[in-house]
Design a binder for this molecule. Structure first.
Ligand SMILES: CC(=O)SCCNC(=O)CCNC(=O)[C@H](O)C(C)(C)COP(=O)(O)OP(=O)(O)OC[C@H]1O[C@@H](n2cnc3c(N)ncnc32)[C@H](O)[C@@H]1OP(=O)(O)O
Ligand SMILES: O=CC(=O)O
Ligand SMILES: [Mg+2]
Length: 704
C-alpha cells in the first residue's frame, strides 16, 4: 500500500499519539481492510450497475404501455432489487448517549472542512432565542441599519408568549413578571409558582436573585438569563436579558456531500478538524465585524439543582461524523496494485481512530459519555451494502482494540433500494443502528435516475408533491418504530434547504416532530434554535407511541409509484423556466466547488430565494435536466444556450467575490465544463451521482 506522505505524517504525528494504537497495527489493519474489503466493495458497485441496467431495459420495453404496478413490483422482486422481509425484530444497539436515544431535538449539519463553522455547530447546543428571532425574517424584513427598539420589543413579547405556552405560570404571565426567585427548592414568580413545578430544574447565582433559571420541557432545557445591566435586561421589569434554548442537540460533522475533498491534502484538512473536535482543542481565529476573535469549543454549563446540588449540562452538541459512501476512491492511498483505495474504507478507519481521543477522556470536553462513536453512512443501496458497512466497522474495531459495536451507524434512507428494503437494512446493522434518516434530497435524485428510462419526470416542485414521497416518509417512521428505535435511536427527517427563510421554517418544519421524527436537519445554528421550539410544542415520544400502535401506514407498493409527468403539456416558457432554474443552481454550486473547493453554498434560485446547495441538491437538478434531455422535452442546443445564459447570471451574482473567476464569455473554464458534464453526461453517471464528475474536474484544476 502507498500512503501519501502528508497523510501518513499527519496520522503518525498528530493522530496516533495518545490512542494506544501503534503505527504498525494501524497500517497493517488498514491494508487488510483495503485488500480484503476493496474487492467486495467493487462487487457491490457492479451489482448496482447490473440492477440499473436491468431496470433500464424493463422501462425501455414497457415505456409505451400503461404502467402495470403488479408486474413492475414482481420484476423488482425477481431481480433481487426488492428482497423478502423477514420476521419482526428489535434493534440491540447499546451504550447510546441520551442526545441520540431519548432527547428529540434539532440536528445540525456542518461541513467538516470549515473549522469556524464546525466549532459554531458544536457550540450550537445552546442558542439565544432573542437573537434568532431578531436577526431573521421570523420577525419580518430585517432592519437595514442600527438597532431597532420596536423590533426588539416585539421579539421580547413573542418569546414571552412562547414561555407562557411552554412554562405557564400559576398566577401571571412571563410578559409582566417582575421577580423570579428560588424558595425552598421551588421557582417563585411574583410570589406564585409554575403551573408545572417539575419544569424548574436548576438555577445559577443566588437563590433569591438568580443570574439564571433553568427550565425543562420534553427533555429540552431553556435558560432564562437575568442581567439588569444588559441593554435588554435593563428595560425588562424582571431583568430578563435573554432566553437561551437548548438547540442543536446533535450535530453531524460532514465529510460527505457538503465538502470538496478530492485528494490527500483535502482529506487531511477534514480529518484534522475532526481530530480537533474529538480532542477538544480545535480553535479558529478570524475577523468578524471589524474584530479579531478566536472560537473554541464551549465548556459544559453548571447550575445548582432545585435543592442546591450541583448540576452540569452539556455545552456542546453530541457530534456524529458523516463518512463518504461506498462509491468513490481517493488518490491519497494506493493499494498494492496501484489502484486508488475506496474512500469509505479510509474514512471508516481514520474517523474511528480519531474518535479514540474522545473515548479515552474521563473529564473535560467529552463528546460521548457512553463510550460510543457515531458514524453516519450515506448512500447505501439495500441490506447487502449495510451489512458490508457493519463488517467494515467490526474490522475497524478489531484493529483499534475497541469492543465490537462501539461504532454506531446512522443509516441514511436516501437511495431507493434502501427505502424499499428498509427493515432488512436495519436488521443488517441491528447492533449498531443509531439512526435512520430520510435524506429526501439524494432520495429524489435516485428516484429520477433509477427510472430515467421510464419517461420524463414532473417538474422538480411537483415531484415533491406526489404520493411516493409521503409513502417514503411515513414508511421510514413506521418501520423505525416497528424495529424498536423509539427511545433507543433517532428516526430523523431531512434538511431545511432555505437557510434565510426562517419564517417559513417556523411555520412548516413543525411537521417533522408531528410526523414522529426524533430529529430533523437544519442548515445553521440559528435554524436549530428556532426549530427547537417545535420540539417544545410536540411531545415526539408520545407521537411515536401513538403511531406505533397504529401500525404501518405505507407499503412498498406506494413507494414504487414513479413521479413521472402525467400530461406533459408544458408550455415552452414553463420548460425553459424549469431548466433555467436547475441550471442556475448547478452552475452557482459547481463554480465554487471546482474553483474554490467549497462543498456547500447558498445559491439564489430563479425567484432569488437563497437555497442551500450541496451534492445532493445538485444531483437532483442535474438528473432532472438529463431526464428531460433524454426524452426530448428539450434539445441539447437549447440546454447549451440556457447554461450559457445562466452562467452569466451566476457571474453577476458573484461579482463581489474577489476570488471568483467568471465563466462567461468564453465558457471554456473547468468549472463550466464540469457543470455541462453533470447535465449532458448525467444519464450515464452511476446512480446519477455528481461525485465522479466533480472530483475529476477539481483534480484537473488542482493539477494546474
Ligand atoms: C442533503 C444534505 O446532505 S444536507 C447536509 C449538508 N448541508 C450542510 O451541511 C449545510 C451546512 N450549512 C452551510 O454550510 C451554510 O449554512 C450555508 C452554506 C448553507 C450558508 O452559508 P453562509 O451563506 O456563509 O451563511 P450565513 O452568511 O447566513 O451565516 C454564516 C454564519 O452562520 C454560521 N453558520 C452557518 N451555517 C452553519 C452551520 N451549518 N454550522 C455552524 N455554523 C454555521 C457561520 O459560522 C457564520 O457565523 P460566524 O460568522 O459567527 O462564524
Ligand atoms: O443527505 C441528505 C439528503 O437529503 O440527501
Ligand atoms: Mg444525502
Amino acid at each position: 500500500m502507498q500512503v501519501s506522505a502528508g497523510l501518513a505524517t499527519f496520522i503518525e504525528t498528530e493522530v496516533l499519539p495518545g490512542t494506544g494504537v501503534s503505527a504498525d497495527a494501524l497500517w497493517s489493519g488498514l491494508s487488510t481492510l483495503v485488500h480484503d474489503f476493496g474487492p467486495k466493495n467493487r462487487a457491490l458497485l457492479e451489482r448496482r450497475d447490473a440492477l440499473q441496467a436491468t431496470i433500464d431495459d424493463w422501462h425501455r420495453t414497457h415505456r409505451n404501455a400503461p404502467h402495470d404496478r403488479e408486474a413492475y413490483k414482481a420484476f423488482l422482486e425477481e431481480i433481487g432489487y426488492i428482497v423478502p422481509e423477514g420476521e419482526d425484530f428489535s434493534i440491540e444497539t447499546a451504550n447510546v448517549d441520551p442526545e441520540i436515544a431519548s432527547i428529540p431535538g434539532p440536528q445540525l449539519v456542518v461541513p467538516v472542512t470549515n473549522a469556524r463553522f464546525a466549532l459554531n455547530a458544536a457550540n450550537a447546543r445552546w442558542g439565544s432565542f432573542y437573537d434568532a428571532l431578531y436577526g431573521t425574517d421570523a420577525m419580518g424584513p430585517q432592519p437595514t441599519r442600527g438597532f431597532d427598539d420596536g423590533r426588539a420589543a416585539r421579539v421580547v413579547s413573542r418569546v414571552a408568549v412562547f414561555l407562557d405556552t411552554v412554562f405557564p405560570l400559576e398566577a401571571s404571565s412571563h410578559a409582566t413578571a417582575r421577580r423570579y426567585r428560588v424558595t425552598d427548592g421551588k421557582l417563585e414568580v411574583d410570589g406564585a409558582g409554575l403551573r408545572n413545578p417539575g419544569a424548574f430544574v436548576g438555577y445559577r447565582g443566588r437563590a433569591d436573585v438568580p443570574d439564571a433559571i433553568l427550565l425543562r420541557n420534553n427533555g429540552l432545557h431553556v435558560e432564562l438569563v437575568f442581567d439588569g445591566n444588559h441593554p435588554i435586561g435593563r428595560v425588562s421589569a424582571s431583568g430578563l436579558a435573554d432566553v437561551m434554548l437548548e438547540s442543536a442537540v446533535s450535530a453531524i460533522i460532514d465529510c460527505e456531500d457538503s465538502v470538496a475533498c478530492v485528494d490527500a491534502e483535502d482529506k487531511v484538512q477534514a480529518y484534522r478538524n475532526w481530530l480537533g473536535l474529538m480532542k477538544g482543542d480545535l480553535s479558529e481565529t478570524f475577523d468578524k465585524g471589524g474584530r479579531r476573535m478566536t472560537r473554541r469549543l464551549n465548556p459544559d454549563r453548571d447550575y445548582a439543582g432545585p435543592g442546591g446540588a450541583r448540576l452540569s449540562l452539556k455545552g456542546r452538541a453530541l457530534l456524529l461524523v458523516r463518512n463518504v459512501g461506498h462509491l468513490m476512491t481517493n488518490p491519497a492511498i494506493l493499494d498494492r496494485d496501484g489502484n486508488e483505495v475506496f474512500e469509505g474504507l479510509m474514512d471508516a478507519m481514520f474517523t474511528a481512530l480519531i474518535a479514540l481521543h474522545d473515548l479515552k477522556k474521563t473529564e473535560g470536553l467529552r463528546n460521548s459519555v457512553k463510550g460510543s462513536v457515531y458514524v453516519v453512512k450515506p448512500k447505501m443501496h439495500g441490506p447487502e451494502e449495510v451489512a458490508f458497512s457493519d463488517a467494515i466497522f467490526s474490522h475497524v474495531e478489531q484493529v483499534l482494540g475497541l469492543p465490537q459495536y462501539t461504532v454506531k451507524l446512522g443509516i441514511m434512507d436516501e437511495e431507493r433500494r434502501t427505502s424499499v428494503n428498509l427493515k432488512e437494512c436495519i436488521r443488517a446493522a441491528k447492533h449498531r443502528v443509531c439512526f435512520i434518516n430520510t435524506g429526501f434530497l439524494d432520495r429524489t435524485g435516485d428516484e429520477i435516475h433509477t427510472s430515467m428510462e421510464a419517461g420524463p419526470f414532473s417538474r422538480k416542485d411537483f415531484i415533491k408533491r406526489k404520493s411516493w414521497i409521503t409513502a417514503y416518509e411515513n414508511q421510514n417512521v413506521d418501520i423505525g418504530l416497528e424495529c424498536g428505535l423509539s427511545g433507543r435511536a433517532q428516526i430523523g427527517k431531512g434538511m431545511w434547504a432555505q437557510p434565510d427563510s426562517m419564517a417559513a421554517m417556523l411555520e412548516q418544519k413543525i411537521e417533522h416532530p408531528r410526523a414522529g421524527a426524533t430529529c430533523a436537519w437544519v442548515p445553521s445554528p440559528t435554524a436549530a434554535t428556532l426549530h427547537a421550539t417545535h420540539y417544545h410544542r410536540v411531545d415526539v415520544l408520545a407521537v411515536q407511541a401513538k403511531l406505533a400502535k397504529g401500525g404501518r401506514r405505507a407499503y412498498v407498493d406506494a413507494l414504487l409509484d414513479i413521479p413521472l409527468a402525467a400530461y406533459r403539456k408544458w408550455t415552452k416558457a414553463q420548460i425553459r423556466r424549469e431548466v433555467e432554474n436547475n441550471a442556475q443552481g448547478i452552475l452557482g454550486y459547481v463554480v465554487r466547488w471546482i474553483d474554490q473547493g467549497v462543498g456547500c453554498s447558498k445559491v439564489p434560485d430563479i425567484n432569488d430565494i437563497g437555497l442551500m446547495e450541496d451534492r445532493a441538491t445538485c444531483r437532483i437538478s442535474a438528473q432532472h435536466i438529463a431526464n428531460w434531455l433524454h426524452h426530448g422535452v428539450i434539445s441539447r442546443q437549447e440546454v447549451s444556450e440556457i447554461m450559457q445564459g445562466m452562467a452569466e447570471v451566476v457571474d453577476r451574482q458573484n461579482k463581489a467575490d474577489p476570488a471568483y473567476r467568471p465563466m462567461a464569455p468564453d465558457f471554456d473554464g473547468i468549472a463550466y465544463k464540469a457543470a455541462c458534464d453533470l447535465v449532458f453526461e448525467g444519464a450515464r453517471q452511476p446512480s446519477g451521482y455528481t461525485e465522479p464528475v466533480l472530483h475529476a474536474r477539481r483534480l484537473e484544476l488542482k493539477a494546474l
